[in-house]
Write a protein that binds this ligand. Structure first.
Ligand SMILES: [Zn+2]
Length: 462
């Protein structure tokens, strides 16, 4: 069996790995590169391999950095099927339709601007449109339940819960007498909502994500205590409490924790607005599809309770409703996207409220250093939003422990039962992977950091 990484190699995003066995070529994920322009340019076709030669595609979970280039496979001549869990299919559809919609809007805007300057030929076409998503969805088969084995030309494929986001899986492939495990993204075992990932058994190679291979997360208890404290202070100021939130996983986690804090009387009842159409759609999937949740969440759902709906939750849908939140008086918690402040309704809320000292901005997700969020965390006293300068008088708080990813301890726990397998590190910054490699080697493990496009044979010395 052979493994080649065509994405998330020496970097975090763009996940895309090829397995070759029994003369079959199986691709696992085909995600977007995200983060900066240099990385994003790698999303432009052509793909770094011939899609028409693939025999099967597997999807670990619906995050854009794992599914964002799937439509390009069909455009590139791939004729086979895509397999995943039922929840991953549902999440993937929402995420990709949203991405295609934004790409089409951006294209129209860039084109109008370029026309005025007489350089419309310079505007790149959107990577894909909603029509391409229609074609893709017809080919995604959601048949990978946890008990199923997919038999494909003498290859056995099984999916196991990865505890990262709704539907997320890691994948075991058995062929030619060898077993390979591909981790996809592994969850934080302290997540308040997602259940712990399942552990693999003995195998020959593990391709594992290493986003946080060099660090330990803050404990969930400390994180929730800090969150409660920040909310108490902020509610007293009688202003808006803005929480930028990723639609998938973070929104549901925050809603669940808010409900708990209110039920326990640790924060006063304050109106909570979910001002994210994508966030509410995905929350409905969490409620309706169920999944591998922590026992308390599972029990709530089985009893017909709504664990992601605090009693004073209001869901806004139209942009008019969202705008009306601006004029509302008094304290209110507003969850809105995008989680990285790169666009979406949260940016409008920031523009209207950052200049007030009664406002609190509570950051619960990663912000890259040079982005708007990064500058706010660094203490900028003024920022530019939609071309206007906005003075920052709001208090800015960062709550670090709400990660959807495994930390070093979690990753080591996952690897422990795979003792004799070679470890292939992917999906991490190079320095992080080098630190994790050292840690693993000190424990006697054989480790390789997958290089882009390099082929590794399972069971053969490097
Ligand atoms: Zn992910």
């Amino acid at each position: 069996m052979q493994i080649t990484s065509y994405g998330a190699a020496e970097t975090v995003t763009g996940s895309c790995h090829l397995l070759e066995a029994n003369g079959q070529r199986i691709l696992i994920d085909c995600g977007l590169y995200q983060g900066n322009r240099e990385l994003e340019e790698k999303n432009q076709p052509p793909l770094p391999f011939d899609a028409s030669t693939l025999d099967l595609v597997l999807i670990t979970h619906g995050h854009l950095d794992h599914v964002g280039r799937l439509p390009l496979l069909i455009k590139g001549g791939y004729r086979g099927k895509f397999h995943c869990t039922p929840a991953t299919r549902a999440v993937t559809e929402l995420i990709l339709r949203d991405a295609a919609h934004i790409a089409e809007e951006d294209f129209d805007r860039d084109l109008r601007k370029a026309r005025r300057q007489g350089r419309e030929h310079e505007v790149p076409e959107p990577l894909y449109t909603e029509k391409d998503i229609d074609l893709l969805m017809q080919r995604i088969t959601p048949d990978m339940g946890w008990e199923n084995t997919l038999h494909f030309h003498g290859i056995e494929i099984r999916f196991y819960p990865a505890g990262h986001v709704l539907g997320s899986a890691w994948i075991e492939v058995f062929a030619e007498g060898k077993t390979v495990v591909i981790s996809g993204d592994l969850g934080n075992r302290e997540s308040p909502v997602e259940a712990d990932f399942h552990l693999p058994g003995p195998c020959d190679a593990v391709v594992i994500e290493s986003t946080y291979g060099n660090r330990a997360h803050r404990s969930q208890q400390d994180t929730v205590d800090e969150f409660a404290q920040v909310l108490q202070q902020s509610i007293k100021k009688d202003g808006k409490i803005l929480i930028p939130s990723f639609a998938l996983e973070r929104t549901q986690n925050i809603l669940y924790v808010l409900r708990q804090l209110q039920d326990e009387g640790r924060i006063p009842l304050t109106p909570i607005y979910l001002d994210s159409p994508m966030g509410s759609r995905i929350t409905r999937l969490y409620e309706n599809l169920g999944g591998d949740f922590n026992p308390d969440v599972q029990q709530d759902l089985e009893q017909g309770d709504r664990p992601f709906a605090p009693e004073n939750l209001f869901v806004t849908s139209s942009s008019g409703e969202s705008r009306r939140l601006n004029d509302m008086k008094g304290a209110a918690i507003i969850l809105a996207g995008s989680g990285m402040l790169s666009g979406g309704r949260i940016v409008h809320h920031l523009k209207h409220h950052l200049w007030k000292d009664s406002t609190s901005l509570v950051i619960v997700g990663y912000q890259s250093p040079n982005s708007l969020g990064g500058r706010l965390i660094a203490g900028a006293d003024r920022v530019r939003i939609h071309g206007e300068e906005v003075v920052v008088r709001a208090s800015v708080h960062t709550i670090g422990g709400f990660s959807a990813h495994a930390d070093q301890d979690d990753l080591l726990a996952f690897l422990e039962p795979t003792e004799h397998a070679r470890v292939h590190l992917v999906h991490g910054d190079l320095q992080v992977m080098e630190a994790f490699q050292q840690e693993l080697e000190s424990r006697g493990r054989q480790v390789v950091i997958n290089r882009f496009g390099e082929t590794y044979t399972v069971g053969q010395n490097l």
